[in-house]
Ligand binder design. Sequence first.
Ligand SMILES: [Zn+2]
Length: 62
Amino acid sequence: MPMEMNCRDLGFDCDGVVTGESSEDVLSQAAAHAQSVHAMTPEQVSDPSFVDQARSLIHEKA
Ligand SMILES: [Zn+2]
């Protein structure tokens, strides 16, 4: 089931959409995106509150 997350929903002024084959795939891609595009640190993207927030924003790809 393809899944996606809109980066904007995380609070960034960003039109990026992270897609993956599963929620875990989207989460790992979102972590990579946040680090490369939004200069977040590995510590920030692995923080449980960030991970929980990102997980809650993932939805089935339309
Ligand atoms: Zn973004």
